[in-house]
Ligand binder design. Structure first.
Ligand code: FE2
Length: 425
């Protein structure tokens, strides 16, 4: 007797009428049509809707989330005012409040089928208050969310006093990955030195790397080149990510033609953050204003793993957000003009399988042997999911139901026409 049988599901790769068998939190079988003789404690008819592995957010700032308005709002909406505002907020932070806000965000995430999040945590402050708070959150949410922490020296690891020591202490406490912010160091040379140093720390300690890299409109900001070079030099292929990389949008095409193969060869993945890139970049432009997101389709065509992150939600940098990775994919699709069928599917992959690859999530996917973690969406396929950003009908993790919502469709009462019940857009 199986624990769970999901019938008549569509999958993101285009297969339909699929049956998924679950036993002891794992997928035991994925078959087209019924599985002969299969009996389960619970059977769920997916009704032809899309069953996806859970959404994955590979880039977030959980120590700042839901702090919108504390102690004031970001009036200009710029990255630099956001960083300054975060500096004002930091002395006011209390561990209990960070934990409470982070747990609330994790509840939002589960309701949206988002079950794995990589969050950066600011290590600039010697107290490591935010680190301790998010380590506690990681422990508390472990039964329902895979939370991965990146030691993030927001004020610059070389620029701020004690930056390296604080980051190392955060790693000692159990933070999962090494972060950085080379473009925020005082000079390009210092930025490159910080990349080298941080990659060496990661190599010594066997940690993953995820650096905020070139988050500006400066075409000469080229720390992604150093990051890729260091990943190769230190044998960190497949373990390093460059986040944002927005300067690539403004770089000269010839240089990019040399850079893309280097990134691909070094096995560095790239994480774009469409909601934030489109609002924070191009702020020094008059018109035309640059979009500022990195070169997503070109990176993908070069064989680079590209994922999309949410980055911020209701914090000093971004006043909106609801933990909905389909909103992120929707924005990414538009900003990158990825409107082909293949491009739209790649945007769905950027918030699911590509993001899972970036985070090195084990047993992720819908195949025998994977964890029985899924989200059932009220949409017929991956493209429809981005178009509609629909209800998450059911969210399971390792076979356990974590969230559910009714399928809802409106009824239209148009003059001169019979009522249209269950009107499907
Ligand atoms: Fe970020």
């Amino acid at each position: 007797m199986l624990d769970l049988l999901i019938t008549n599901a569509a999958l993101a790769d285009g297969r339909t009428s699929m049956t998924i068998a679950v036993q002891n939190g794992k997928i035991t079988d994925v078959t087209k049509g019924p599985i002969a003789g299969a009996k389960a404690t619970e059977t769920v008819d997916a009704g032809g809707y899309l069953l996806s592995p859970p959404f994955v957010d590979p880039h977030f700032h959980m120590d700042a989330t839901l702090s919108y308005g504390l102690p004031r709002v970001n009036e200009s909406g710029t990255l630099l005012e956001g960083i300054a505002l975060w500096g004002e907020l930091k002395p006011l932070l209390r561990a209990e409040a960070i934990i409470e806000r982070a747990l609330t965000y994790c509840d939002w995430a589960v309701a949206k089928g988002l079950l794995a999040i990589r969050t950066h945590v600011d290590t600039s402050d010697a107290s490591l208050l935010a680190v301790d708070a998010l380590l506690e959150v990681r422990k508390q949410v472990a039964p329902y969310i895979d939370l991965q922490l990146v030691a993030f020296p927001q004020d610059g690891v070389l620029r701020s006093k004690g930056g390296i020591e604080n980051l190392k202490r955060a790693l000692d406490k159990g933070v999962d990955a090494v972060g950085g912010i080379p473009h925020f160091e005082r000079t390009m040379t210092e930025g490159a030195a910080s990349v080298r140093l941080l990659c060496e720390i990661a190599a010594e300690r066997g940690k993953l790397v995820d650096m905020h890299c070139d988050e500006s409109d400066d075409p000469m900001s080229r720390h992604i080149e150093t990051l890729a070079f260091e990943a190769q030099r230190l044998g960190l292929q497949g373990r390093v990510s460059g986040s944002h990389c927005t300067s690539m949008h403004s770089m000269e095409n010839y240089y990019v033609s040399k850079l893309l193969p280097l990134i691909a060869e070094s096995g560095v993945s790239v994480i774009a953050n469409p909601l934030i890139n489109i609002t924070l970049q191009g702020r020094h432009d008059t018109y035309p204003k640059r979009r500022g997101m990195t070169r997503v389709p070109e990176l993908m065509a070069a064989g680079v793993t590209v994922a999309f992150g949410h980055d911020c939600a209701m914090d000093p940098w971004y006043s909106l957000g609801q933990a909905d990775m389909l909103e992120v994919a929707h924005m990414g699709l538009h900003v990158a003009q990825m409107t082909s069928q293949e491009g739209m599917r790649a945007c769905f992959d950027a918030v699911t399988i590509h993001a899972a690859r970036v985070m090195h999530l084990p047993r992720y996917g819908i195949a025998a042997g994977c964890d029985a973690s899924f989200v059932l969406l009220q949409a017929r396929d991956a493209i429809d999911a981005i178009r509609l950003r629909p209800n998450r009908l059911k969210v399971w993790r390792k076979g356990r139901l974590l969230a559910s919502a009714p399928a809802t469709l409106p009824t239209l009462h148009l003059p001169g026409r019979p009522a249209a019940v269950n009107f499907e857009p």
